[in-house]
Design a binder for this molecule. Sequence first.
Ligand SMILES: Cc1cc2nc3c(=O)[nH]c(=O)nc-3n(C[C@H](O)[C@H](O)[C@H](O)COP(=O)(O)OP(=O)(O)OC[C@H]3O[C@@H](n4cnc5c(N)ncnc54)[C@H](O)[C@@H]3O)c2cc1C
Length: 298
Amino acid sequence: MSGRLPTNWFNEFVGRIEHEVPLAPMTWFKLGGRARHVYRPADETQLARMIGYAHDDDVPTRVLGGGANVLIRDDGVDGIVIRLDEPPFRKIEFRDDRVIAAGGTDLMRLTLECARRGLSGLECMAGIPGTVGGAIRMNAGGRFGDIGEVVATARLLNLEGKIETLNAEQLGFAYRHSNVGQRIVLSAELQLRQDDPESVMDRYNEIWESKKSSQPMGANSAGCIFKNPPGDSAGRLIDQAGMKGDSVGEAEVSRDHANFIVTRKNATARDVIRLVERIRQTVRRKFDVELETEIDIW
Ligand SMILES: Cc1cc2nc3c(=O)[nH]c(=O)nc-3n(C[C@H](O)[C@H](O)[C@H](O)COP(=O)(O)OP(=O)(O)OC[C@H]3O[C@@H](n4cnc5c(N)ncnc54)[C@H](O)[C@@H]3O)c2cc1C
């Protein structure tokens, strides 16, 4: 496996590929090294062609959405990092109470736009950063609901560059899980309910306020670090273990929400990873509970 691009197909994508690109600015943690290549496809057809070539030549690919749930290691990532930020990947179509949103669509923008139109069902996502694709992949959500509850179908690009359409059952949504796996979410059809715009906006604002008051929204973080173990809350366990405010280097367990790690200037990804391990060990020792990370570490 090599992350270098074979010259025979590289020329086809000139102008859309950058090399040795710092990834930190593309993530909410603002940490980590470079990508060997960053590719911004013009449209789905071009993306599918690239994925097909990369598959045939064994060049690793990953898609980076809003970077709100990833931690990039300090030595960066090999292969091609794909960004879906050209207009075809950010398109939203409203069809009565159904919405078709492309995978690179900003989730906060979509959530607010639906609420303004009185389309109910997505307001539970108020204040959750990232893209539609990233949210579907991990079935993002919280105590007010998860995105999977409104996904009717999703179009996915598989590793061979072929498009598959999966319905909600096939997508297998569960707590912070879907069956998307290594495939790329190109778009999703969301089934919402037409309601009174004022009452949807009220619910949206209520959920947004509740998030703002319980999470360090302004800090560099990637949201919750760990999934909640069955029947319990990771934040509660970390708090009970007395770890709020604990730090490694410039990474600290948030004092506002124990399941968040926030970083200060000059933090490294290594600081965060060491703190994650320390939390995991402490919780295991004190409560005999194995915490599983919710964030993706690249
Ligand atoms: C302040 C803050 C608050 C947060 N609050 C919440 C919360 O309340 N609930 C919650 O669930 N999460 C929360 N998060 C985490 C994050 O917002 C969600 O996980 C979000 O869905 C990540 O989307 P993204 O586009 O940023 O994904 P990224 O971080 O870019 O990527 C995450 C994973 O998804 C994959 N991915 C990205 N785009 C696609 C695509 N198009 N197709 C397939 N795979 C893709 C990536 O390869 C990676 O594996 C929070 C994060 C922050 C920073």
